[in-house]
Design a protein around this ligand. Structure first.
Ligand code: 2NL
Length: 354
C-alpha cells in the first residue's frame, strides 16, 4: 500500500523549516519553487480537491489556501531579510577607499638638483643665524644698480648684459636688490641671505640667461673680513667636506671694498694639485684651489643709500657675498655643462633623485 499523502499540517511544517534553513536569496527562490511551484505537493493537492467527496472540498480547499498564503508570507519575509543581508555585504566589499593611492601608483619625482643645493646652502646659513629672504625678480634699476654703487655707465648696466623691461625696470641681475630692501625694512644688526633666480643676457656652456644665486649680507658693529672668512670656511666645509680650507684673493666688485674672490681647497686632489694617478689634477687644473664665490666688505657708499634706516657708515659695517647655485652644484657633482640643468632630460635629473 503506497504511503498516505502528507497532510496539510505536515506540508506547512516542512515548508516552515525549509524557509528557515535557506541561506541565500538564490536558495530561497529554490525553496519557493519546491513549496509552491507547479509540481509542489501543495499544488498537486489543490489540483486534486475536485476528486474529494463534495462535503470535504470546502474545508480542504480553505485550509490549503491558508497554508499557501502563510508559506508565501514567510517566503517573502525571509527573501527580504536575505537580500538586505547580501546588500550589506556587497556594500562593505565594494566600498571604494578614496584615500588609497592610484593604481598603478604614479612614479615619485624628486627635487631638482638646483633646489637640493639651494636648500643645503640655506641650511648652513640658517645654522649660523642668518634669515632667508626672497624678493621680486622684476626690479627697479634703482635697487638693482644705483643703490648698489654701480655708477652710470658701469658695463653691467649696458643693454647687452641686462634684460630691460623699460628704462628703469629690469630683470634683476643678482639678488642683492632684495638685500637693499631688507635694510630699508630692518635696522642693523641684519644677517640675511637671499636665494633666487637672476637674469643676464648670456648663453653658452657656462652661462644661461637665467641662473640661481644665493647672496648674503651681514651688517653689525665690529664686523671684519675675518668674520667673512669664518662664515665662508663654515660654508666650504659644510658643502665640500670637513677637510676644506678657504683662500681670499683680491678682486673688484662695485658694491664691496675691499672685494675678494673666494677659493676652496680642491676636493679632488685635497689641495695638492696632483691627481691620484700622479699627474696634474683635472678639477683644479693643478692649482689645488677652486673658485666658488665673490665677496667683500660692504662699500660705505651702499650703506649711504640706506643711512636713513639706521645704517650709519661710521657706526656699522659688514660683509656681503654672492654665489651661483649652478656653479656649486656643477663642481660638487661633476656636471660638465650648465645647460643640462634646464634641458629637462629625466636621464640627467633622475641621477640626483632623492
Ligand atoms: C659673485 C659676487 C657678490 C655681493 C655679491 C652685495 C650685496 C649688497 C652689498 C654689497 Cl646689498 N654686496 N653682494 C658682494 C660681493 C660679491 O657676488 O660672484 N656672485 C655670483
Amino acid at each position: 500500500m503506497p504511503d498516505a499523502p502528507p497532510s496539510l499540517a505536515e506540508l506547512a511544517e516542512e515548508g516552515r523549516s525549509a524557509i528557515a534553513a535557506a541561506g541565500s536569496s538564490v536558495e530561497i527562490e529554490d525553496v519557493r519553487v519546491r513549496l509552491l511551484g507547479r509540481k509542489a505537493p501543495l499544488t498537486v493537492l489543490k489540483r486534486s480537491i475536485g476528486d474529494l467527496p463534495p462535503e470535504e472540498r470546502g474545508r480542504v480547499g480553505r485550509e490549503a489556501n491558508q497554508t499557501s498564503a502563510a508559506l508565501e508570507a514567510l517566503l517573502a519575509e525571509r527573501a527580504a531579510a536575505l537580500e538586505a543581508q547580501e546588500l550589506d555585504h556587497r556594500l562593505a566589499a565594494d566600498r571604494v577607499d578614496v584615500t588609497m593611492p592610484g593604481d598603478p601608483p604614479s612614479p615619485l619625482g624628486s627635487l631638482h638638483l638646483i633646489t637640493q643645493t639651494r636648500r643645503e646652502i640655506e641650511d648652513v646659513f640658517v645654522g649660523l643665524g642668518f634669515r632667508v629672504l626672497e624678493g621680486p625678480e622684476i626690479e627697479f634699476d634703482f635697487y638693482n644698480f644705483t643703490a648698489l654703487n654701480h655708477p652710470p655707465g658701469h658695463p653691467a648696466r649696458m643693454l647687452q648684459d641686462t634684460f630691460y623691461l623699460s628704462p628703469d625696470v629690469l630683470l634683476r641681475t643678482h639678488t642683492s636688490p632684495m638685500q637693499v630692501r631688507a635694510m630699508e625694512a630692518q635696522e642693523p644688526p641684519i644677517y640675511v641671505i637671499v636665494p633666487g633666480k637672476t637674469y643676464r643676457r648670456d648663453s653658452d656652456a657656462t652661462h644661461t640667461p637665467m641662473f640661481h644665486q644665493v647672496e648674503g649680507l651681514a651688517i653689525d658693529e665690529d664686523l671684519t673680513l675675518a668674520d667673512l672668512q669664518g662664515v665662508l670656511l663654515e660654508l666650504a666645509r659644510s658643502i665640500f667636506g670637513p677637510e676644506r680650507e678657504v683662500r681670499l684673493r683680491p678682486h673688484y666688485f662695485p658694491f664691496t671694498e675691499p672685494s675678494v674672490e673666494v677659493d676652496v681647497s680642491c676636493f679632488s686632489c685635497g689641495g695638492t694639485g696632483v691627481s691620484p694617478e700622479g699627474g696634474r689634477d683635472a678639477l683644479c687644473k693643478g692649482s689645488g684651489w677652486i673658485e666658488i664665490l665673490g665677496a667683500g666688505m660692504v662699500d660705505p657708499n651702499v650703506l649711504g643709500f640706506v643711512a636713513d634706516h639706521g645704517y650709519d657708515p661710521d657706526r656699522v659695517q659688514g660683509f656681503a657675498f654672492g654665489m651661483g647655485i649652478e656653479r656649486i652644484a656643477m663642481l660638487r657633482h661633476g656636471v660638465p655643462d650648465l645647460r643640462l640643468f634646464y634641458d629637462n632630460d629625466v636621464r640627467f635629473l633622475a641621477q640626483f633623485g632623492r
